[in-house]
Design a binder for this molecule. Structure first.
Ligand code: A2P
Length: 217
């Protein structure tokens, strides 16, 4: 019946404390603002605009969507494969509503999305679905590689793309592509991976409190 259909959320995940959300958003905005002014970025501007001479305001280019979180399992109200099994998992039930510290280890930008990479602890990995990476077509990356926070999406891009963009960069790294080191910024080191893919590895990871819960929408 309709009540049963409502019993599974749109997704499970870690939800950032609201005061920290503002801080993370500011850090992300500052990064976009700085990236925008770099000669190296301007050189590859056509990745974003399609036309070399056009300008782009990255802060306008990406639209923020909703509350900041790191999705563990997308359930689609029960329609997604494995949704019911995940919701019934003992660890998921046990840790539901508990507080965690998430570690954001990098920021990344592509022509489609901007996001933060989340480095999961062993305990946090217990809440990570076994097939999250495989589902996205990555079979050889370690579990948890896809963990991220979507900070913004370009027009007509769905947030699911952010994790795929992160996996794409990590796959290049795994294949031995070191990328082009661009410069040391205040926040960390910036690397270019071609096709508009930028990675800022944070010197100091951003630690943020987050509650493991679910979103119904
Ligand atoms: P993300 O976790 O990258 O932010 P939507 O608003 O499109 O329904 O998505 C709700 C949330 O679920 C978003 O956080 C989104 O992406 C995530 N999400 C949507 N579709 C999927 C999917 N197929 N696999 C994993 N996560 C998804």
């Amino acid at each position: 019946g309709p009540l049963e259909e409502m019993s599974l959320p749109l997704f499970f995940g870690w939800f950032l404390l609201s005061s920290v959300q503002d801080k993370v958003r500011c850090t992300s905005m500052d990064f976009l603002k700085t990236l925008d002014t770099l000669e190296a970025f301007k050189k590859h501007l056509s990745d974003f605009t399609g036309k070399a001479e056009k300008e782009v305001d990255l802060e306008q280019y990406f639209q923020a969507k909703g509350t900041l979180h790191c999705t563990t399992k997308f359930c689609d109200y029960g329609k997604a494969p494995g949704a019911k099994e995940y919701a019934q998992n003992t660890t998921v039930k046990e840790l539901y509503g508990s507080a965690f510290e998430l570690s954001l280890s990098a920021l990344f930008v592509t022509p489609r999305t901007v996001g933060a990479r989340v480095s999961l602890t062993e305990e946090q990995l217990l809440l990570w679905p076994a097939d999250a990476e495989e589902e996205a077509g990555s079979t050889s990356l370690p579990r948890g590689s896809r963990a991220h926070i979507t900070l913004g999406c370009a027009e007509h891009v769905e947030p699911v793309q952010t994790g795929l963009d992160l996996l794409e960069i990590l796959t290049l790294q795994q294949e031995g592509q070191q990328g082009e080191p661009i410069e040391e910024m205040e926040l960390g080191s910036l690397t270019y991976y071609g096709e508009g893919r930028w990675l800022l590895t944070l010197r100091e990871p951003i630690c943020t409190p987050a509650c493991f819960s679910s979103f119904y929408g």
